[in-house]
Design a protein around this ligand. Sequence first.
Ligand SMILES: [Zn+2]
Length: 81
Amino acid sequence: MAVTLNGQDYRIQWTKNRRTMGQIDYERGIIRLSSKLKGQALVDTIIHECLHAWFPRHEESTIDQAATEIAVALSTIMKDT
Ligand SMILES: [Zn+2]
């Protein structure tokens, strides 16, 4: 599975036994996601890594806050549709 973000292709790699929930490897073009993630935590992590792909110079705290707010907004909006 692969996705294109900001003009670059990223392969999605599901990982087990990792301390981190998600990680982006810009050089190899890989987004790693923990296979333990489900539901909103998975959505939050996917958005988080996508934001890293688009804004590689942004602070981790900014990416983290933006991803969580987008995940909650998506969840809220989707519940009502
Ligand atoms: Zn991050």
